[in-house]
Design a protein around this ligand. Structure first.
Ligand SMILES: [Zn+2]
Length: 93
């Protein structure tokens, strides 16, 4: 069952200005559902591909998730220079 691409969901925390893990080890379908739910609550969420399954059940304390969350911000800072947001569905509220 290592064939399936697992997804992690990151949620933007307006209080800290950083992304934080919202879920991991999800199927693509579950991840989209999770992201849609967060977006319906007015939260900014981002679905990421996981290169591998994350160990441990607690995404809140998952180092890989934390690294991924940090990486989003770094990418956005890099791309903010010349290109707008990542992703094909850049829809502003
Ligand atoms: Zn994780």
């Amino acid at each position: 069952m290592t064939e399936t691409t697992l997804k992690a969901v990151m949620q933007f925390d307006g209080n800290t200005g950083q992304f934080k893990p919202a879920a991991h080890n999800l199927t693509a379908e579950k991840a989209e559902q999770k992201a849609a739910k967060l977006k319906s609550q007015g939260l900014h969420a981002q679905v990421l591909d996981q290169p591998s399954r994350h160990k441990g059940r607690a995404f809140k304390t998952c180092q890989l998730c934390q690294d991924a969350a940090d990486a989003i911000l770094r990418q956005q800072k890099d791309q903010a220079q010349d290109a707008p947001a990542i992703g094909e569905r850049a829809q502003e509220e």
